[in-house]
Design a binder for this molecule. Structure first.
Ligand code: UD1
Ligand code: MG
Length: 469
C-alpha cells in the first residue's frame, strides 16, 4: 500500500558549470527561450509538491533574480546559498538545513535533482515518487541506458540486480566505465534517512568532493532499501554540461514542443526548421512554413500563415493574417493582414485588421489603420496611418530632427505619393494627397494636395479631382 507523505524538492544549481566556458551561469543558459533551470522547476511544480528549494552559489544573486523573474507559480520556490561548492552531497546537506528541525514532517519524502536536466518530464518524476512510496524504500533513483555513457555516474548493480552503488566517471575502473546504465541524478529520499547518510560522506575521491551519489552505498550498508526506476527515453535524463549537449537538448525540446503543437492542430511544413519558444501560444489551424522562429510572448490566432523566413518576438498575430520574410518585435498584426515579403516591424507597430505592409518596409511605433496599405519601400516611424490610406513607394516619415522624435499623422483615405518625405511633426488630413517626390513640412488640410519641395499646398484638390471625373 503506497504511503502518502508530503513531498518537497531540492534542486542543486550552485555550480559554475565550467565546461560551458561561459560568463553566464550554466543553469541560466536558455533552451526554447527559457532558462534551463526554469524548465526543470516547471516539471516539479506540475506535481503535488509542497515546496521547491533551489541551491544557488556561483553568481547566486544573478541566478536568484533570473529565476524569480522566469517563474510564475503558486508553489513556494525558495533559495538557499551554498557558499563554497564542495560537491552535490554538500549542496544537499545545505538545503536540508533550510528545513525546520522539528517540523514533525521529517518522515516526508524529498526529491533531489541536479539543476542541469531540463528535459525531465513531470510524469517521470511522478513515477519515481509512486515507486518510492509503493516500495517504502529509503531512496529511489531514476536510471537509464546510454550508448555513450561518458561523463555520467555509472550504476553498479549487485549479484541480485539491486543498486549497490554509483561510481563517478573520474573514479571508475575501466570495467565500470563499460557500464551503460547511468545515474541521471534524480532521486527520491526519505528525508529522515538522508541527513544522517550525508554526514557519513567523505571527499576521498578523484574530485575531492562530497558526492551525493555516495549516499546510495551508505544507505545500502546501513541495511536500507534503495530502489531504481528505469526511464525509457534517455533524452529526458540528459545532463547539460557543455555547449554540444546544450544544442542537443535544444533540438530534443524543439521536437517535443513541435510535436505537441502539431497534435493541437498546427501545421508545420518542416518541423525541423520551425523554432517555437516554450512561452508561445498558437491556435489550431495555424500554418507554419519553413524557417520560422516564434519567440517570447508571441501569440498566433487560427488561420494565420507564417513563413517562410519569419522571426516574431513578443508579437501578436490575428486570425487569417499572412506573414512572410519578416522580422517583428513587440508588434501586433491584426486579423487578415498581409505582411511581407522583406518587412521589419519594430517595437510598437500595430496593424489594424486587413492592413497590408509589403516589400522592403520598416515600421516602428506606428499605427496602421484598417485596410491601409504600405506596399513597398517605406519607413513609417512614430506615425499613425488612417484607415484605407495608401502610402506610396519610397515614402519616409522623417521623425527625427537630430534632437527629438516627432509624430506623423496620416488621415483616413489619404494618398501619399511615391517618394514623399513627411517632415514630422506633420499632419496629412483625411482624403488628402501628396505629389510624387514632395517634401511636406506643413500640415495638409483634408482633401488638399501637397506638392513640390518644400511642398506647396493646393486646397480643395480632392473635391475638384472628383468633380473632374
Ligand atoms: C552529476 C552526478 C553524476 C550524474 C550526473 C547527471 C554527482 C557526484 N555526480 O555529475 O553521477 O551522472 O550529475 O547529470 O552527483 N552543484 C552544486 N553544488 C556543488 C556541486 C554541484 O549545487 O558543490 C550542482 C551543479 O550546479 C549542477 C549539479 O549540482 O547543477 C550537478 O553538478 P555537475 O558538476 O553538473 O555534476 P556532474 O559531473 O554532471
Ligand atoms: Mg551535470
Amino acid at each position: 500500500m503506497a504511503v502518502q507523505r508530503p513531498l518537497a524538492a531540492i534542486v542543486l544549481a550552485a555550480g559554475e558549470g565550467t565546461r560551458m566556458r561561459s560568463a553566464t551561469p550554466k543553469v541560466l543558459h536558455p533552451l526554447a527561450g527559457r532558462p534551463m533551470l526554469a524548465h526543470l522547476v516547471d516539471a516539479l511544480v506540475a506535481l503535488p509538491i509542497e515546496r521547491v528549494l533551489l541551491v544557488v552559489g556561483h553568481r547566486a544573486e544573478q541566478v536568484t533574480a533570473a529565476m524569480q523573474d522566469a517563474l510564475d507559480t503558486a508553489i513556494p520556490v525558495d533559495f538557499v546559498e551554498q557558499r563554497v561548492q564542495r560537491g552535490t552531497g554538500d549542496a544537499t546537506a545545505v538545503a536540508l538545513g533550510a528545513f525546520p528541525e522539528d517540523d514533525g514532517l521529517d518522515e516526508d519524502d524529498v526529491l533531489v535533482l541536479v539543476g542541469d536536466v531540463p528535459l525531465l518530464r513531470p510524469e517521470t518524476v511522478a513515477a519515481l515518487v509512486a515507486h518510492h512510496r509503493a516500495t517504502d524504500a529509503a531512496a529511489t533513483l531514476l536510471t537509464t541506458h546510454l550508448d555513450d555513457p561518458t561523463g555520467y555516474g555509472r550504476i553498479v548493480r549487485d549479484g541480485r540486480g539491486g543498486v549497490a552503488r554509483i561510481v563517478e566517471q573520474a573514479d571508475a575502473t575501466d570495467e565500470e566505465r563499460a557500464i551503460t546504465e547511468i545515474n541521471p541524478a534524480i532521486y527520491c529520499f526519505r528525508r529522515s534517512l538522508l541527513a544522517p547518510a550525508l554526514r557519513r560522506l567523505t571527499p576521498a575521491n578523484a574530485q575531492g568532493e562530497y558526492y551525493l551519489t555516495d549516499v546510495v552505498a551508505v544507505l545500502r550498508d546501513a541495511g536500507h532499501t534503495v530502489g531504481a526506476v528505469a526511464v525509457e527515453d534517455p533524452f529526458e535524463c540528459m545532463g547539460v554540461n557543455d555547449r554540444a549537449q546544450l544544442a542537443r537538448a535544444e533540438a530534443a525540446l524543439r521536437d517535443r514542443i513541435n510535436d505537441a503543437w502539431m497534435r493541437a492542430g498546427v501545421t508545420m511544413v518542416d518541423p525541423r526548421t520551425t523554432y517555437i519558444d516554450a512561452s508561445v501560444v498558437l491556435e489550431a489551424d495555424v500554418r507554419i512554413l519553413p524557417n520560422t522562429l516564434l519567440e517570447g510572448a508571441t501569440t498566433i490566432a487560427s488561420g494565420a500563415v507564417l513563413g517562410p523566413d519569419v522571426r516574431l518576438v513578443d508579437t501578436e498575430v490575428g486570425s487569417g493574417a499572412t506573414v512572410s520574410h519578416t522580422v517583428a518585435r513587440s508588434a501586433a498584426i491584426g486579423a487578415g493582414c498581409a505582411v511581407g515579403p522583406f518587412v521589419s516591424l519594430r517595437a510598437g507597430t500595430r496593424l489594424a485588421a486587413g492592413a497590408h505592409v509589403g516589400t522592403f518596409v520598416e515600421t516602428k511605433n506606428a499605427e496602421i489603420g484598417e485596410g491601409a496599405k504600405v506596399p513597398h519601400l517605406a519607413y513609417v516611424g512614430d506615425a499613425t496611418v488612417g484607415p484605407r490610406a495608401n502610402v506610396g513607394a519610397g515614402t519616409i516619415t522623417a521623425n527625427y530632427d537630430g534632437r527629438a522624435k516627432h509624430r506623423t499623422e496620416i488621415g483616413a483615405d489619404a494618398r501619399i505619393g511615391s517618394n514623399t518625405v513627411l517632415r514630422a511633426p506633420v499632419r496629412i488630413g483625411d482624403g488628402a494627397y501628396t505629389g510624387a517626390g514632395s517634401v511636406v513640412t506643413r500640415d495638409v488640410p483634408p482633401g488638399a494636395l501637397a506638392k513640390g519641395v518644400p511642398a506647396e499646398i493646393d486646397e480643395g484638390w480632392a473635391d475638384r479631382l472628383d468633380e473632374g471625373n
